[in-house]
Design a protein around this ligand. Structure first.
Ligand code: SF4
Ligand code: SF4
Length: 494
């Protein structure tokens, strides 16, 4: 099953930033505001861009290219010409640029078309600047793009003073268009709960934008950020130079994973690249910020849907799940047994189509078309005889989960082990031996709990069973989770 679901993982998200540092707008906080550039510097930017596109077109390893300029690039026809050339490449799936959406749309789209640009590969990112344009004017521009069947997202910085204009924009946009909100860096205080709610109402992913993602290179190794002179980094904020795009063959170059010298992936263009499901609904090329919903999404519960220390799903997460359930089928992938999962998620239980419970020892599907399934994988349980007598000596409580006579999960919770402290591996092994847990059982330690199921069970294995039952392909599925136990499923579907 796993093999049958393999997919191409060689493609990459590319970013390009040229030498351009000018803009036709004059936003009060921006260093590029109304800065004009000499003809010479525009010519230099043009040459650098065509050098980049020329080299990109020689790449075997394609992917997608997002232009992230300092200033406004799309008012210059050469950017459209270069994007068109890239879009013609069979190994490049998508091309796009960040913009303030002030470019003359028809004129620039003609340039793109004249150079053979494929409209279906074009992805635009439009930032709304309420200081410079009204919500209605901006939305008019967006509606035209929608009529042209161009994919795009729009968004704004979450400045509390502009909340009303941003709301107006949301109302004026087609429902299908995603409007993101970026956190305001210079706010100098936390958002109030009311502001937070208001922005989260507009952008369902706004709370994600406020989280801190500890920088971790193993999570972001596939993206490449290229500057005009060819200097490459992994993302726009990394300070680590990983070689020159115009040096030896980029594909043969051994790029060192030494560090990015950042503490956190502190903006969308950085954290969206992470493979640990930080932006699961924007794949395969999250830099365009255009949601792409999978057919099915599997959520871990503890730490993902229900934060540590809470007994129930928070209301805002429940609302998000309700919204999501309109777009795709939602499942669970949890180490909790079914009953405990149901208690934690009671307010939204009806939105789930089933899930993987007890670390894969039980899985369920509910489908009108394909019928309902409730499968358990019973474990060998002879070793449980006399377990109650051992509770006191070893300091644990035993919880047995069964369906009729079949036991599919046993949890031993050790009350002498402090929460958050992992028991040393040697001690774990000694305990398993002392309790005579056979090799046919799988042991997974979660905090102070020893979770025991049948050997071969696991969240990913359970999801693959559901995929088989429901007819999902690998690319139809996304998995979201936050712990080590989730890594296998998250990476498999990322
Ligand atoms: S549109 Fe962007 S680049 Fe131009 S002035 Fe405003 S913030 Fe700066
Ligand atoms: S800051 Fe950038 S390079 Fe560093 S870990 Fe985050 S995404 Fe990767």
């Amino acid at each position: 099953m796993k093999q049958a679901m393999e997919r191409d993982v060689t493609k990459r998200q590319w970013y390009y930033r040229g030498s351009l540092k000018s803009c036709n707008y004059s936003c009060s906080y921006c260093p590029f505001a109304k800065r004009t550039c000499s003809r010479r510097s525009i010519q230099a930017d043009r040459e650098a861009f065509f050098r980049f596109t020329g080299r990109m077109l020689q790449q075997q390893k394609g992917g997608a290219v997002q232009i992230v300029p300092y200033g406004e690039a799309l008012i210059h026809p050469y950017y459209w010409e270069g994007l068109a050339a890239l879009s013609r490449s069979p190994v490049i799936d998508a091309v796009g640029a960040q913009s303030n959406f002030s470019f003359p749309t028809e004129e620039m789209l003609s340039v793109y078309r004249e150079h053979g640009g494929e409209l279906k590969k074009l992805r635009l990112w439009g930032t709304f600047h309420p200081e410079m344009i009204s919500a209605e004017q901006f939305a008019r521009h967006c509606r035209f793009l929608t009529e042209q069947k161009i994919s795009y997202c729009v968004g704004a910085v979450g400045v509390p003073e502009y909340l009303e204009q941003i709301r107006m924009l949301r109302k004026a946009l087609p429902d299908s268009v995603y409007l993101w909100i970026n956190k305001m860096d210079g706010l100098g205080r936390r958002y109030t709960e009311a502001e937070l709610e208001a922005f989260a109402e507009i952008d369902g992913y706004f709370r994600q934008e406020l989280k801190h993602y500890r920088a971790e290179l193993t999570a972001c190794a596939d993206s490449r950020f290229v500057e005009a002179d060819g200097m490459m980094r992994r993302c726009n904020i990394s300070r680590e130079n990983i070689g020159n795009f115009y040096g030896d063959s980029v594909e043969s170059k051994k790029e060192e994973l030494s560090g990015c010298k950042r503490k956190t992936c502190s903006c969308y263009l950085a954290y969206c690249n992470r493979r640990d499901a930080v932006a699961p609904f924007f794949r395969p090329y999250p830099a365009f910020r255009i949601p792409v919903y999978p057919k099915a999404v599997f959520f871990d519960i503890d730490g993902t849907l229900v934060p540590e220390g809470l007994r129930r799903i928070p209301e805002h997460t429940a609302r998000g799940l309700l919204r999501l359930s309109v777009r795709c089928e939602i499942y669970l992938a949890t180490s909790l047994p079914l009953e405990a999962a149901k208690r934690k998620l009671s307010s939204v239980w009806h939105v789930f189509r089933g899930g993987v419970f007890a670390n894969g020892a039980r899985w369920q599907t509910q489908s009108q078309e394909k019928g309902s399934l409730d499968v358990i994988l019973p474990m060998e349980a002879g070793w449980l005889t006399g377990i109650k007598e051992k509770q006191k000596a070893y300091g644990f409580k035993v919880h047995v989960y069964r369906k009729k006579a079949d036991i599919y999960k046993v949890t031993l919770s050790f009350h002498r082990v402090r929460r958050g402290i992992q028991m040393p591996e040697q001690k774990q092994k000694e305990l398993a031996d002392a309790l005579k847990i056979p090799d046919s059982c799988r042991i997974l330690w979660e905090g102070n709990c020893m979770q025991i199921t049948k050997q071969g069970t696991g969240k990913l294995a359970g999801i693959l069973e559901i995929c088989r039952a429901m007819g999902y392909q690998r690319e139809d599925v996304t998995a979201v989770g936050d712990s080590l136990n989730d890594r296998e499923m998250v990476e498999y579907f990322s």
